[in-house]
Design a protein around this ligand. Structure first.
Ligand code: AMP
Length: 507
């Protein structure tokens, strides 16, 4: 079982249909991409002397070459280490060292940073810039045969975004990736051949993972020319390529719907916006549904069970008549077909409906472990169950509502307070652009609630108004005791809010 088989299937079925596009232009068809990956794979094993199981990293702004490189790696029975292009040299060095990568592909903007990082990663033999002749030369020669990988062979080391510490490399096997792909068809979407997917979010993360189910269904993988998320360019490309799907983090959805160019989007151009990776507030979600139509599907997953724990389907988003519509929108939906999901207490005992506990997951998408980190693996994988570190509760409909990361929960006067619940309320205020709630140590109560608020330009809300909003919507003891107005919230390279940094601002 080699995940690169998906490309072989598409090369046979979809032949000269476009497989890769750079902006509005076709780059390669499916047969050409298959041939390119097989020839590059020959170079990997001969010229670069890589052996089955070796790790090959890449640090690239989103570009067509990232797909060529990935399929060449798998074709040769090697393991890919996609790195987020926005990392710091020291973070790259950590990943290169931890993964033991032998070779690293780069785009020119990252060449210097990776060269600097490489000094601390002695195992790295070579860096190849995909705009140089060294790379072009990899398309020349005879194709190699597809290596028959084992289902348990590592295929992708997914380095977590590290909101709390050093990143850890979730080891995803060929089986994990295939199970995730099939789950997409079961729970998210089964696109018709000839469609497209636009990679505006980092290819090293969710967007890259969605390349499998879409490529296997004959969708062209479209990379913005800018290599990043630019709303007008995104809208233009969604209109250009047919039946377009896109994966966006919630903050990216928000940017899309708040930008004037969203009015230029032709309704029939868009097939699906899948979003996830962080909470999406109900107020934003409703606006997105109004502006984009019933095209949204939510995913809750993590690198350790990629894109697959629960989903809120397009149908549930669309069912506005349902009396539980709002509760549904506030949830992360129901468990994915390929996994079992439980909410448990600290001893792993299953909790009844409505009770909040840690979310644990079992199934074919759950990682093999953390690369080179037995201790972290033992903490996260117990008896085949992945302990996600997320806290939530099931409701009577079987839908999971996420509360927070367990370590973000605030305990005040012995009561558990989930920041997200308060953030949901504060976001209702028109003067709040963004907010994040954390706990501050308190001598009497243990912790007290503090809200960091980014105000909308010219509309700074008075703390009294925010307080009233909370009193109108949630229990008294949950409302913030202090509001801190800031210019921006600290975020990591995936756009996730760093509560650890916010807590430091409380000292
Ligand atoms: P990562 O492994 O970097 O993708 O981060 C995964 C984490 O993001 C999860 O453990 C959750 O805490 C959070 N997350 C993912 N999807 C969602 C979602 N739909 N709603 C809220 N939080 C999410």
């Amino acid at each position: 079982m080699n995940i690169a088989n998906l490309l072989l299937g598409s090369a046979r079925e979809f032949r000269d249909m476009p497989a890769l596009a750079h902006g509005a232009s076709r780059h390669l068809g499916f047969r050409e991409l298959w041939r390119r990956a097989s020839v590059m794979s020959m170079h990997l094993t001969t010229r670069f002397r890589l052996e089955r199981g070796d790790r090959v990293a890449f640090a690239m702004s989103n570009c067509v070459q990232s797909i060529e490189v990935m399929y060449a790696i798998w074709h040769a029975g090697l393991c890919a280490v996609p790195m987020n292009a926005k990392l710091h040299a020291r973070e790259f060095a950590f990943i290169l060292e931890n993964s033991g990568a032998r070779l690293c592909f780069v785009t020119p903007d990252l060449a210097d940073t990776i060269a600097e990082a490489a000094r601390e990663a002695p195992g790295l033999r070579e860096i190849v810039d995909v705009t140089t002749r060294s790379y072009t030369f990899m398309a020349v020669g005879d194709p190699a045969a597809l290596v028959d990988s084992e289902p348990t062979d590592p295929a992708w080391l997914f380095y977590t975004s590290g909101t709390t510490g050093r990143p850890k490399g979730a080891t995803l096997t060929h089986r994990n990736l295939l199970a995730m792909t099939l789950n997409y068809y079961a729970d998210v979407d089964r696109p018709s051949p000839g469609g497209s997917i636009l990679h505006a979010a980092p290819i090293s993360h969710g967007s890259g993972l969605w390349s499998f189910p879409t490529l296997a269904r004959g969708a062209v993988q479209v990379f913005p020319e800018s290599g990043k998320y630019d709303v007008p360019e995104t809208v233009e490309l969604m209109n250009r390529w047919p039946d377009c799907s896109i994966f966006l983090a919630p903050t990216m959805v928000k940017r899309l719907i708040e930008h004037g160019s969203v009015g230029d989007l032709r309704p029939e151009a868009l097939r699906l916006v899948s979003y996830g990776g962080a909470p999406m507030y109900v107020s934003d979600l409703k606006r997105a549904l109004d502006l984009l139509g019933n095209k949204l599907c939510q995913l809750y997953g993590q690198g350790e069970s990629p894109m697959t724990i629960t989903h809120l389907s397009r149908e549930m988003h669309a069912d506005r008549q349902n009396p539980r519509w709002e509760q549904r929108l506030a949830s992360a939906g129901r468990p994915d077909s390929c996994v079992t999901v439980r909410v448990v207490d600290e001893e792993g005992r299953q909790l009844p409906v409505g009770e909040v506990g840690e979310i644990i997951v079992k199934g074919d998408t759950v990682m093999a472990g953390y690369w080179n980190d037995a201790q972290a693996t033992a903490r996260s994988l117990r008896d085949g169950w992945l302990w996600t570190g997320d806290v939530g509760a099931f409701d009577e409909e079987g839908l999971l509502t996420l509360k927070d990361r367990s370590k973000d929960m605030i305990i005040s006067g012995g009561s558990n307070i989930y920041p997200r619940e308060i953030e949901d309320v504060l976001n209702l205020h028109p003067g709040v652009a963004e907010c994040s709630v954390v706990g501050r140590p308190h001598p009497e109560w243990g912790e007290e609630v503090v809200a960091f608020v980014v105000a909308r330009e010219g509309k700074t809300p008075a703390p009294g108004e925010l307080d009233q909003l909370c009193l109108d919507n949630i229990a008294r003891f949950k409302r913030p005791k202090d509001y801190k107005f800031v210019e921006a919230l600290p975020k990591n390279n995936y756009g996730k809010i760093l509560k650890t940094e916010l807590r430091k601002l409380l000292d």
